[in-house]
Design a protein. Structure first.
Length: 278
């Protein structure tokens, strides 16, 4: 990955996921941890998904002598555990987390919210409640980035809350075609063209729980999403006055067209170098 002159320093990125293991690569940068599942106080991750996502966003590579780093290695991580050890979550816990973010955003300098969580809601009503919750965050000026989900390649397979019209929805550029075409595709229930853009998500190496020096490989749109969240932190460090809408426009203008349908690739493939030059 192309390195940036920026590191996300001073920018809080909030991650809704399975938690975070206090890996050496996060030393001093887990700014807050809130557990909506087991109500424990110390950071933990009984699944591994959340730790991996946090590593892609903000691992500093200490355990690998700088070989395996996140995109924003000096950002602050605010981790909200809303998924259990099986990776399942309840709509109510996600909505509680949304309220917590709104109440604590200034205290923890939260500018970006990463939601590598997707649900194919049983009813349109559940779907709508979840979308309205994350759109509250967007309306408050936060950059909200969500996964397109791994229910593809069928038409209309974007999961909620990634199906929200407002927020930034990310698919996987290397999981769009062939046998591994699992990246969610639009349009949404509301006939919105999604995802917004795609980024690499296949066989990504990042932090793993269990030991200070552990890394692991995972694939999916959950791995693509934190690349965009981390990039947003870099851009906000570069220009703190930018709004979430301006960041969304910069992502659109810098994406590289892959020549695929819009409901598959969105604007195209994320390009960090082009994005940071805008």
């Amino acid at each position: 990955m192309i390195r940036s002159d920026y590191t996300g320093k001073g920018i809080g990125v909030c991650v809704l996921d399975t938690g975070i293991f206090p890996h050496i690569d996060f030393t001093g940068r887990i700014w807050a941890f809130q557990d909506f599942i087991g109500y424990r106080r110390a950071p933990y991750d009984d699944n591994s998904h959340g730790t991996h996502v946090c590593g892609i966003i903000g691992g500093d590579g200490k355990a690998s002598d700088g070989r395996i780093t996140g995109i924003a290695p000096e950002c602050g991580l605010i981790v909200l555990k809303v998924l259990d050890r099986m990776g399942n979550g309840k709509k109510g816990d996600i909505l509680k987390a949304v309220r917590w973010i709104l109440e604590n955003r200034r205290r923890y300098k939260i500018r970006v919210v990463n939601i590598s969580v997707g649900t194919t809601c049983r009813s349109g009503n559940d779907h709508q409640i979840l979308i309205e919750g994350v759109e509250q965050l967007w309306d408050e000026g936060l950059v909200v980035v969500a996964a397109a989900g791994n229910q593809g390649p069928g038409y209309g397979s974007i999961t909620a809350p990634g199906s929200s019209r407002k927020i930034i929805t990310v698919g996987s550029s290397d999981l769009l075609t062939g046998k591994t075409a699992i990246s969610g595709r639009g349009p949404t229930f509301e006939c919105v063209c999604k995802p917004d853009l795609v980024a690499p998500g296949s066989r990504v190496l990042a932090c793993a729980p269990g030991s200070d020096y552990a890394y692991g490989i995972k694939s999916g749109t959950s791995m693509s999403t934190p690349l965009i969240s981390g990039a947003a932190a870099l851009m906000l460090e570069k220009n703190p006055a930018l709004t979430n809408v301006q960041i969304k426009i910069k992502l659109k203008e810098s994406a590289r067209d892959m020549g695929l349908p819009k409901n598959q690739q969105g604007w195209g493939k994320f390009d960090l170098e082009r994005f940071m030059e805008l």
